[in-house]
Design a binder for this molecule. Structure first.
Ligand code: DUC
Ligand code: ZN
Ligand code: ZN
Length: 454
């Protein structure tokens, strides 16, 4: 198909936002010019009074993930459909081997599931123990199109690695040019504090926030930074939520650690006031790390503006309030940790652009371009240069207000932390690999189009 998008304000890159037309041919950006001739194309799309942006890249999602006693509600089909409605055209999903499962079997299993993806997709492999089969297979991951693993310093007895094993695994990953992504919190100390809370009768979800202090996040960020230095490994710190972490990140980098970092909307748009009530509704905000006080929120925005953190991912990890979250009615530690956000990430950021909290260029950099560079997808993704994949979104510059609600969002979950919020910047049209998936806010494709990015 040959399609020309005319009259929009086009973010060719975060630094180059221009009034140009974009010609798309065979799934790729073919030409950018001030005056493309519609006669050269089969289809002309009017993007007057619209932004045309590179599709969002969400580097951190959990679709169909077994977490303790429950599984995330969105699978690769429903989750990527919701992502597309929210302007995200590529997702990177965490996949975890079953006990004893070979990494090759895991990746093959997920590539099969990928057939159901509406967006482009790639994977990070969770390594939860120093298991000899996985260590033997680690160097083979790049040949399977996998370039990143995820490790945890939280959840003792479940996902947490000892410092020794963290060192061994990061070192081995680095030798095979694999990036280690790290959930950095001091799990053992958190468990002590949380146990003391429950023994004192403080069992409500609000205590999830109080028992995961940011000191223990900053401590782990710094420790992981030092271990990474010794392992001669780069690391990517996921879901940073606090000033303690920003400071630790800076200090570890000063000492020579090669650390990249992301934060997420729940740390930029929500704060610890969500934990003020004793009501069980607070379970909606049980994700890890928790939302933090205002000063932390301010420090994260500041870190983004200074380039200390440069990616905003969703950490979409949806568990229904009814059923799943209710597992923790009598003990907040049993509430599955995670919340939804794959569909609201980009609209929240674009709403903040409208409010003057950030520039459009910053929004594009943080939600797309920087992730494409970090995960080896640039310049195919994250930009609209000639030769790039035609993954793009069209957003009205004066968009109709959209009221976020679990009833109208497409994420498969019974709540959103942003219920009732007015969003501007829900995309009008979404093109993935040169195919329109959404037009006029409606799903128009009859089947999925995503491709594996590896
Ligand atoms: N960390 C994540 O990255 N996602 C869900 C749960 C968690 O602790
Ligand atoms: Zn995590
Ligand atoms: Zn996560």
């Amino acid at each position: 198909m040959r399609c020309v998008i005319k009259g929009g304000l086009v973010a060719v890159s975060p630094e180059h936002i221009l009034e140009v037309d974009i010609g798309v041919v065979n799934g790729v950006i073919y030409r950018i010019s001030r005056n493309e001739d519609p006669q050269d194309y089969d289809q002309t799309i009017d993007a007057g009074h619209c932004w045309v942006l590179p599709g969002g890249i969400d580097a951190h999602v959990h679709l169909d993930w077994d977490f303790g006693d429950t599984v995330t509600t969105d699978d690769i089909n429903t989750g990527t459909r919701a992502a597309a409605f929210g302007g995200t055209t590529t997702i990177l999903n965490f996949i975890q081997p079953k006990p004893g499962e070979s990494l090759r079997t895991l990746v093959d299993r997920w590539k099969d599931k990928g057939e159901m993806a509406w967006t482009n997709y790639g994977f990070h492999v969770i390594i939860s123990q120093l298991y000899s089969l996985w260590m033997d297979e680690l160097p083979l991951l790049p040949s399977m199109g996998i370039h990143s693993i995820k490790v945890f310093t939280a959840y003792p007895g479940k996902l947490m690695l000892s410092d020794a094993d963290l060192f061994r695994i990061m070192r081995a990953a680095s030798k095979s040019s694999i990036l280690s992504m790290v959930h950095a919190e001091n799990g053992p100390v958190i468990d002590v504090i949380a146990e003391e809370s429950v023994l004192a009768g403080k069992i409500q979800p609000r205590y999830h926030g109080a028992t995961r202090p940011s000191i223990l996040e900053g401590e782990a960020v710094f420790r992981v930074g030092q271990i990474a230095r010794l392992a001669n490994a780069p690391a990517y710190m996921v879901h940073l939520s606090s000033l303690e972490s920003v400071k630790a990140l800076g200090y570890a980098r000063q000492l020579g650690a090669r650390l990249a970092a992301e934060t997420c909307p729940q740390y930029l748009f929500l704060n610890d006031e969500v934990y003020q009530s004793d009501h069980f509704d607070v379970a909606q905000y049980v994700y890890t790390p928790p939302s933090r006080p205002h000063d932390d929120v301010r420090s994260l925005w500041d870190a983004l503006r200074r380039g200390v953190i440069d990616i905003v991912s969703s950490d979409h990890c949806p568990f229904d309030f009814h059923g799943a979250k209710e597992l923790g009615k009598m003990d907040f530690r049993l509430i599955p940790n995670g919340g939804p956000g794959i569909e609201t990430r980009l609209p929240l950021m674009l709403t903040a652009v409208h409010k003057g909290q950030l520039t459009l260029g910053e929004a594009i950099a943080w939600t797309s371009t920087n992730a494409s560079k970090q995960f080896g997808l640039f310049p195919k993704k994250g930009t609209l240069l000639p030769g790039s994949d035609a993954d793009l979104v069209i957003v009205e510059q004066e968009p109709p207000l959209f009221t976020a609600s679990a009833r109208t969002l497409h994420q498969r979950i019974d709540y959103t932390p942003y219920e009732g919020w007015s969003l501007q910047g829900v995309p009008r049209d979404v093109m993935i690999g040169g195919q329109w998936v959404i037009q006029d806010h409606q799903l128009i494709a009859s089947n999925s189009h995503g491709k594996f990015v590896g």
